[in-house]
Design a protein around this ligand. Structure first.
Ligand SMILES: CCCCCCCCCC(=O)SCCNC(=O)CCNC(=O)[C@H](O)C(C)(C)COP(=O)(O)OP(=O)(O)OC[C@H]1O[C@@H](n2cnc3c(N)ncnc32)[C@H](O)[C@@H]1OP(=O)(O)O
Length: 219
């Protein structure tokens, strides 16, 4: 189970690091949007590249040896800061915050130019990405976690870029399998529906599953 790391950090320091992580990821997300939409000429591109390369060099001064992994405090709080969908250190993640209620989980997120597929529309793979994490995190929050075994997405109508809402709920639990359903809506209209089967893998069915079940996620 490499990549699961026990790393106790006191709450004040954690809040500080969290803020730092979110702030730089937000800046890079802005950079991605600006890159997709820029119309500047060659000289400005060259100057921007020089500055970006200088910034990269600063960040490279002190790096983790590999991916961030999933880190736990002993109280069970969990950090998935490198996660491709909700990692707060990760600028390629759409700027997602998940909310969990007793009955269902949800998120609202603005998807701009960097998430385009067909002209002016959200890429279907991006919607599947968001649904995968939303449904998986819903299973986890309800104490029946698992890895995605199967994810079926039905794209009912095109999803224009802009603010989308995702919602998910656990439909049923069958042994180690949790079946979760969800939707994406845009302007109140359901544009995609999904059903996922999340399976607690063999390697996580002992002590590990107790850790996972107790953990409360933070991207
Ligand atoms: C652990 C918590 C993590 C929280 C993550 C939140 C969301 C993250 C979303 C992701 O990106 S996860 C990454 C993408 N998914 C993967 O990489 C999964 C890769 N596949 C595997 O690791 C294994 O194939 C899997 C864990 C899905 C199943 O392997 P197991 O060896 O644990 O399953 P097993 O053979 O014991 O089968 C258990 C049950 O699941 C069924 N099953 C197995 N594979 C299935 C599958 N792929 N789809 C649907 N059902 C499946 C199987 O028929 C059986 O059903 P029954 O209990 O009814 O007999």
């Amino acid at each position: 189970m490499s990549g699961y790391i026990q790393e106790d950090i006191d709450p004040e320091e954690l809040a500080h690091r969290s803020e730092l992580a979110s702030s730089i990821a937000g800046s890079v997300r802005e950079l991605i949007d600006a890159t997709v939409r820029t119309e500047v000429g060659e000289a400005d591109i060259a100057e921007a590249r020089r500055l970006i390369e200088a910034a990269t060099e600063i960040l490279r001064k002190d790096q983790l040896p590999g991916a961030y992994g999933i880190r736990f405090n002993t109280d069970g709080t969990k950090r998935s800061w490198g996660n491709a969908v909700l990692g707060r250190r990760n600028p390629i993640a759409p700027p997602i915050e998940l909310h969990h209620g007793a009955e269902f989980s949800w998120t609202e997120v603005d998807l701009g130019a960097a998430y385009e597929g067909p002209a002016g529309l959200v890429h279907g793979g991006v919607l599947a990405l968001i649904l995968d994490q939303l449904l998986g995190s819903t299973a986890e929050f309800q104490g029946v976690p698992g890895m995605t075994g199967t994810l079926n997405v039905r794209y009912r109508s095109a999803t224009p870029l802009g603010r989308i809402r995702g919602e998910a709920r656990v439909d049923r639990v069958e042994g180690v399998k949790t079946i979760v359903t969800g939707t994406i809506t845009r302007d109140g209209k359901v544009t995609a529906e999904a059903e996922g089967i999340f399976i607690l893998p063999k390697w996580a069915r002992g002590e590990v599953s107790d850790v996972l079940r107790k953990s409360v996620g933070e991207g």
